[in-house]
Write a protein that binds this ligand. Structure first.
Ligand code: ACO
Length: 308
């Protein structure tokens, strides 16, 4: 049996900071509304998915003490590939000089957790070291005159190196879920803009995050109190708070970066993970609960023991 261990990580966000006050200049909105309803204070925009993925990937490979040629597979979770063809993972592969395969994966904001599970499955059946990246440039598919969406989104990405280890490894449990009958809740057509039934997404998000997180905790043979840190998708601070409350996880055991980055889709969980690592909030042996939800609808949770 071959499991996985995270051995490197990195992030990338564009330099351009857009505050709520900046948005209020051109939209009928306010810092107070955005902060109270979403927890977002500022976001980064102007990113390109490949560029963020390359930078985050390079950092992750460096931190793992590896050369890019040691990487056997690139999995890029993204909803905003640079182009439909070729896959953006191939741009990353060429820029970094990784070996083996490269593919994109689209599960909207659940993409990073989906990517983690897919990568672990491929490693279990023989793939070597895998560079898993979650990166999105939602600013590129946002109508900046639509206050409903514009206040929510940001660009960013993060990456981890997953190495094969003998035995079960550090992915203790996972579940992947989708309900395509709800695909109308969050959409973006070719060449169009993101649109969302925010209220309905909100309502369902809390319910599915709680249900899938509880299932992942149980499947890992753990209790809620055994979870050292919740690393959730960052779509709305109120969703995170409601999920924490229902799960019985104190907010002090949750990584929140939405105030600085907004909703970065596939980028949000690795950004929140890196933030917690940089602040020394994660120790070897800690049990992290990763949980995402988004368009599709898709949702997914995983319990990861921190082995690095
Ligand atoms: N500024 C000021 N007022 C606004 C804004 C804005 N940016 N946007 C909406 N309003 C107004 C509305 O027009 C409405 O006015 P009305 O009462 O006169 O009709 C009022 O504020 C309340 O609007 P609601 O939509 O009811 O506000 P709500 O509290 O539901 O918050 C929000 C909206 C933030 C979108 C919330 O529903 C949400 O976060 N939903 C979930 C989003 C999410 O998780 N998405 C998943 C992933 S997103 C992705 O993948 C890109």
């Amino acid at each position: 049996m071959r499991g996985i261990r995270v051995t490197g990580w990195g992030i990338s966000v564009p330099d351009k900071v857009v505050t709520n006050d900046d948005l209020s200049v051109r939209l009928d909105t306010s810092d107070a509304w955005i902060t109270e309803r979403t927890g977002i204070r500022e976001r980064r925009i102007g990113g390109k998915t490949s560029e963020m993925a390359i930078e985050a990937g390079r950092q992750a490979v460096d931190r793992a003490g590896l050369a890019p040629s040691d990487i056997d597979l690139v999995v890029l979770a993204t909803t905003t590939p640079d182009a439909l063809v070729p896959g953006t993972a191939c741009t990353v592969q060429a820029a970094l000089g990784t070996s083996g395969g490269a593919m994109d994966l689209n599960a909207a904001c659940s993409g990073f957790v989906y990517g983690l599970v897919v990568s672990a499955g491929l490693i279990a059946t023989g793939a070597g070291r895998t560079l898993l990246i979650g990166a999105d440039a939602l600013s590129r598919i946002t109508d900046w005159d639509d206050r409903k969406m514009a206040v929510l989104v940001g660009d960013g990405g993060g990456a981890v190196v997953l190495e094969p280890v003998e035995g079960p490894g550090d992915l203790l449990s996972w579940n992947l879920n989708a309900d395509g009958s709800l695909r109308h809740l969050l959409t973006c057509d070719h060449g169009g803009y993101l649109d969302m039934d925010g209220k309905e997404v909100f309502r369902r998000a809390v319910r599915v995050v709680v249900e899938s997180a509880q299932r992942a905790i149980g499947d890992a043979g753990l209790e809620v109190d055994d979870i050292d840190l919740l690393v959730p998708h960052q779509a709305n601070l109120r969703i995170i708070q409601a999920a924490c409350q229902r799960l019985g996880i104190p907010e002090s055991r949750t990584s929140v970066v939405i105030d600085r980055y907004g909703n970065t889709s596939s980028g949000s969980i690795p950004l929140a993970l890196e933030d917690a690592l940089r602040r020394g909030r994660v120790r070897t042996g800690d049990r992290l609960l990763l949980s995402g939800f988004g368009g599709g609808m898709t949702w997914a949770s995983a319990v990861l023991r921190w082995g690095a």
